[in-house]
Ligand binder design. Structure first.
Ligand code: HXC
Length: 258
């Protein structure tokens, strides 16, 4: 499908989704988030996709929700349209892993979008922030909750109350991103990581994603039980037999998603 605000390419079982509104530093408007939800739904249903990378430009992953679009809205309009609630929930329903490859600004809704992905790789020029306080609002698609879980209350609170940006080194130090790489390496590294994930058994990849996400949704005891049940069930797959046989025979496994 052709999109107006995204560029989507599929190669080597990886879908690369580029946010593409350069004139507004990839500010997230209704069209972009609607198209992103559609592209993710398509990628999730496409047998030729086993991992997804979302990226922006070298200057901006996304500089936030589109301030022009929001500026004249009333709270009733925001409420009735469930502003960005529907789109963000649909993003979270994606079962395949999503890597955010962040260069430049990831602010407001841009930071929130990156945090809704499964993990964030960033370039050394990345800047994260929740500057909504400067606009007389607060974060609206999970920032107060997710940033706090990533970096802890003190840092999250300071960022939400002051609107200050965090650079790449601080983001790595505080656990917001999994790794920082030089800007030129960001896309090659993100794609190589995605291809590595794509080479695993999809059954265990989807199970791992579900299990890690449970850590945010339930108690430790229930989460560990959920993990154990999934772990046990994976012994019914051919891929488990193949993976363990390949290790013992000192060869690469040939997973077949069975
Ligand atoms: C609409 C935006 C935008 C945004 C940038 N632009 N961010 N348009 N919404 N969030 C536009 C600018 O208006 C400008 O357009 C062009 O992109 C380039 O931006 P500049 O400001 O000229 O670039 P620069 O001086 O390099 O500054 C970069 C920046 C700054 C620091 C990222 O643009 C900035 O502060 N942007 C806003 C960040 C922000 O407050 N984000 C939170 C939004 S609220 P023109 O036409 O003038 O060239 C939010 C709520 C989420 O995200 C919850 C939703 C439910």
């Amino acid at each position: 499908m052709a999109y107006q605000t995204l560029i989507v390419e599929v190669e080597d079982y990886v879908a690369l989704i580029r946010l593409n509104r350069p004139e507004a530093l990839n500010a997230l408007n209704s069209m972009l988030l609607g198209e992103l939800a559609e592209a993710l739904k398509e990628a999730d249903a496409n047998d030729k996709v086993r991992c997804i990378v979302i990226t922006g430009s070298e200057k901006a992953f996304a500089a936030g929700a589109d301030i022009k679009e929001m500026s004249t809205k009333t709270s009733v309009e925001m409420f009735l349209s469930n502003f960005f609630g529907t789109e963000s929930e649909s993003l979270l329903r994606t079962r395949k892993p999503i890597i955010a490859a962040v260069a430049g600004y990831a602010l407001g809704g841009g930071c929130e979008l990156a945090m809704m992905c499964d993990f964030i790789l960033c370039a050394d020029n990345a800047k994260f922030g929740q500057p909504e306080i400067n606009l007389g609002i607060i974060a609206g698609i999970g920032g107060t909750q997710r940033l706090t879980r990533f970096v802890g209350k003190s840092k999250s609170m300071e960022m939400h109350l002051t609107g200050r940006f965090m650079d790449a080194a601080e983001a790595e130090r505080s656990g917001l991103v999994s790794r920082v790489v030089p800007l030129a390496q960001l896309l090659p590294e993100a794609l190589a990581t995605a291809r590595k994930i794509a080479s695993k058994s999809q059954v265990s990849v989807l199970a791992a994603k579900e299990a890690v996400n449970r850590a945010y949704e339930t108690t430790l005891h229930e989460g560990v039980l959920f993990e154990r049940r999934l772990f046990h069930s994976l012994f019914s797959t051919e891929d488990q037999k193949e993976g363990m046989a390949a290790f013992l025979e000192k060869r690469e496994p040939q997973f077949r998603d069975r």
